[in-house]
Design a protein around this ligand. Structure first.
Ligand SMILES: [Zn+2]
Length: 77
């Protein structure tokens, strides 16, 4: 019989071999690997989104610079 531990994240019991002690504000809590990995991949997605935003901003800045050079054709070589 596998020992079951209460997962504070899913609020259900999982077998102990799927559980990891996870540090929280209230101290270490048992949490399943699946929910920890899900949270980790979520933050990776957020990082990717942040990079995409940076790319969009850079592109917008480039377009603005192009428009500026069109307004001042004498500065174009
Ligand atoms: Zn869980």
């Amino acid at each position: 019989m596998t020992e079951m531990l209460f997962c504070y994240c899913c609020r259900v019991h999982h077998p102990k071999d799927q559980m990891r002690l996870f540090p929280t504000k209230l101290g270490d809590r048992w949490r399943c690997i699946r929910s920890i990995e899900a949270a980790a991949s979520e933050s990776r997605t957020r990082d990717a989104f942040g990079r995409q935003q940076t790319e969009i901003n850079r592109e917008a800045a480039r377009h603005a610079a192009e428009r500026l050079s069109l307004l001042r054709p004498e500065r174009c070589v």
